[in-house]
Design a protein around this ligand. Structure first.
Ligand code: DGY
Length: 307
């Protein structure tokens, strides 16, 4: 069953002719088949798999306007080869996702959710909650120093963390230490934050070897895509205390969260809420709409995906 599109998109496009709200249909598949011959634009959530076979169902399709910055769920190369436009929502969610990353860093290192569970269970009087760990003197490794990675670095500097990073290549004018591989980055940091795009190129970039390199006091934070981390290897590393803990906003098969992760205490789990504030979701929705409206007006899209 399709999820409702963001209110901003529905509100803005609602007055336009021909808006089909698939999520309101009792039989979305039948409705999709009925409207497919006339569809020129698709507004899709980041969770919707838009592969070649899906796009081929719409003979008049010209634009796929995706709600989210990550577009690994869309076969943008297939679209590009056929002259279809794909747009995403970069820029407007950098602060929110960076805040989520830092929130997870703090929550995981200082074990706030477990401490809160302790309080809510009425166990404060049983004894103090065990002492947590610290950010003092730690190095934060950023896997993927794009716009959001830089926003995370900016925040981490204010917390007094040293910063290192890995990406395809060293970046000019960046004052942080570059490491040529994810493994080398993990060997040289205490907290590894994953904020690299998903897709084939980064699939399981964080594997058992990277987790081992992070070491027994290491923390993994993932606010990017579940596919970047080998989830089975992560669970094994947490269970064997190969690493200390993890803070995760994303999972391999969302919305499925493995029971093994739910059973672990030193893990902070969020339901992919990186960009989920009213303000930011409105801004993302507005970009989805503006891209569709530009296309309608025959103007270039505002934020095209460039493959
Ligand atoms: C995106 O937009 O790709 C992010 O996953 C939002 O949290």
């Amino acid at each position: 069953m399709p999820k409702p599109m963001a209110p901003k998109v529905v509100e803005a496009l609602g007055g336009d002719a021909g808006l089909v709200k698939l999520w309101e249909s009792a039989d979305p598949d039948a409705e999709l088949a009925r409207v497919a011959p006339e569809v020129g634009a698709l507004a899709v959530g980041g969770h919707v798999k838009v592969d070649g076979a899906f796009m081929a169902r719409f003979p008049k399709l010209e634009i796929v306007s995706s709600f989210g910055v990550g577009y690994d769920s869309i076969d943008a190369a297939w679209a590009g080869e056929r002259g279809l436009l794909v747009t995403n929502t970069p820029g407007v969610l950098d602060d929110e996702v960076a805040d989520t990353a830092m929130g997870l860093v703090l929550a995981t290192v200082r074990q706030f959710p477990a401490a809160e569970r302790h309080l809510r269970a009425g166990r404060w009087l049983d004894g103090a909650f065990p002492l947590s760990h610290t950010l003092r003197g730690r190095t934060l490794g950023i896997l993927g120093l794009g716009r959001i990675g830089k926003a995370i670095a900016h925040r981490a500097e204010a917390f007094g963390l040293a910063i290192a990073y890995h990406g395809r290549r060293p970046q000019d004018g960046v004052p942080f230490r570059y490491h040529a591989t994810a493994l080398e980055l993990a060997e040289n940091c205490d907290i590894l934050v994953v904020i690299t795009p998903g897709g084939a190129e980064t699939h399981h970039l964080v594997d058992a070897a990277v987790l081992k390199a992070l070491g027994p006091s290491g923390i993994l934070i993932n606010v990017a895509r579940g596919s970047v981390v080998d989830e089975a290897a992560l669970i094994a590393a947490l269970q064997s205390k190969t690493i200390l803990g993890a803070g995760l906003d994303v999972f391999a098969e969302e919305p499925k969260v493995p029971q093994a992760l739910l059973d672990l205490d030193h893990v902070v789990l969020l339901p992919h809420v990186g960009s989920a504030s009213h303000h930011t979701r409105d801004a993302m929705g507005q970009l989805v709409v503006d891209n569709i409206r530009s296309w309608r007006a025959g103007a270039p899209p505002l934020t095209p995906v460039v493959e």
